[in-house]
Design a protein around this ligand. Structure first.
Ligand code: TTP
Ligand code: MG
Length: 390
């Protein structure tokens, strides 16, 4: 069956709904955020964009470009409430709704083709419904995969509808600029530039292997598919969020830091291997401690980098231990856990802020695969190439 996806993205989301609730701001250049001199603009109305203002711009710069601009404080509760309302309205159009951020979602319309008349007609109905009920305006990209639909929704903003007919995915992508290729960041573009690759056409002339050599395996494969309009699987829905944990009850209560740390390292490794087994990523690091008298505590820190590898997780839970443990109360049980991402793979591509973490995860993944094939490598040394687990 031919697949059909709509990608819906609100136009200047925070700014538009501010204009909807305060009619005096309509038609005017509105910046949301950046009301303090040192602040940053989160977004701005399309009227402000004509002055060259954009998301992420420091307020002082926006003021210089657009002195008559109106700066509004961020009202996150209002934006979240409106987003919720929009998502439930969108859900009336298909049971298969996949929200990917506060202001965007995919609608899987596969199988509905027969009933919906033209896609464009349906897109217009969606736009009208959302605008009537919430004042938000939006753009819709339509295509055979989530990936091309996502790129298409940017083509005719604001209030746009852009359709990529089946079979035209590759030619559509080949006409894009590299900076339009979603998922390829600045770092990736620079790496390509170092090889004198600056256009999508040039990327199309590279083999998958070549791209992998330049960008690494994951990103190389991603880009090879993306420029061909083949869905690189960036927006797959994964299972619900849950946590993965492992704990050890000691045969005798422990106060030795050496034993506790060794145990934390082993538990971290088990937990991370479980995330690899499930092909998910941890987004927090947690510890649980039960004392001899059965009193207990737990503690966690949020952050993807804290649970990207067993090495990283171990460092986090170790520091959590010493934050709370007085070093002399005997410990009966110790446990390590991570919460697991339930959002799109979007996060995975942007997971590694620096190379060391990426390398560590890759190394551990290699060990994990070897173990799956029957090897038994669990030595702490392997978790850290320098053999330093402190
Ligand atoms: P976007 O969809 O990226 O931007 P937008 O809806 O404002 O404008 P566009 O018409 O180009 O889609 O982001 C959605 C909201 O997320 C945006 O209204 C404000 C917020 N946001 C930030 O807080 N910081 C940012 O850097 C960006 C890009 C967005
Ligand atoms: Mg938007």
């Amino acid at each position: 069956m031919n697949t059909l996806f709509f990608h819906v993205d609100m136009d200047a989301f925070y700014a538009t709904i501010e204009q909807a609730r305060y009619p005096e701001y309509r038609g005017k250049p509105i910046m949301v955020g950046g009301s303090s001199q040192r602040g940053v603009v989160t977004t701005c109305s399309y009227e402000a964009r004509t002055f060259g203002v954009h998301s992420g711009m420091p307020a002082f710069q926006a003021k210089k470009l657009c002195p008559q601009g109106i700066f509004l404080p961020i009202d996150m509760d209002f934006y979240k409430k409106t987003s919720k309302k929009i998502m439930s309205l969108l859900a009336e159009f298909t049971p298969k709704l996949h929200q990917v951020s506060i202001d965007e979602a995919f609608l899987d319309m596969t199988g509905f083709q027969r009933y919906i008349g033209s896609s464009e007609e349906l897109a217009k109905q969606i736009q009208q419904k959302i605008e009537e009920e919430t004042g938000a305006t939006l753009s819709i990209g339509i295509g055979s995969s989530k990936y091309v639909a996502k790129i298409a929704s940017n083509m005719r903003k604001p209030r746009g509808v852009f359709i990529i007919p089946p079979g035209k995915e590759r030619s559509f992508m080949s006409e894009r600029e590299l900076k339009e290729i979603w998922g390829l960041g600045k770092k990736g573009r620079e790496a390509l530039k170092a090889h004198r690759i600056t256009t999508v056409e040039q990327v199309l002339n590279c083999s998958e292997k070549e791209l992998q050599q330049i960008l690494g395996d994951r990103m190389g494969e991603f880009l090879y598919k993306a420029v061909r309009g083949i869905d690189p699987g960036a927006f797959q829905e994964t299972r619900k969020s849950h946590s993965i944990s492992n704990e050890t009850t000691f045969p005798e209560d422990v106060i030795s830091p050496e034993i506790l740390e060794k145990t934390l390292l082993q538990l971290s490794q088990k937990v991370i291997f479980r995330t690899m087994e499930e092909q998910v990523y941890g987004i927090s690091a947690g510890i649980r401690v039960v004392y001899k008298d059965l009193s207990s505590w737990s503690s966690r820190r949020i952050g993807k980098h804290r649970a990207a590898s067993a090495q990283a997780l171990f460092q986090e839970v170790k520091s959590l231990l010493y934050e709370k443990w007085d070093t002399y109360t005997p410990i009966r049980l110790i446990g390590v856990s991570v919460d697991v991402e339930n959002e799109s793979n979007e996060v995975q591509l942007e997971l590694f802020p620096d190379e060391t973490e990426e390398k560590q995860r890759a190394l551990e993944e290699a060990i994990f695969k070897l173990n799956k094939r029957g090897a038994s490598i669990t030595r702490a040394k392997l978790l850290n190439p320098k053999g330093d687990t402190s």
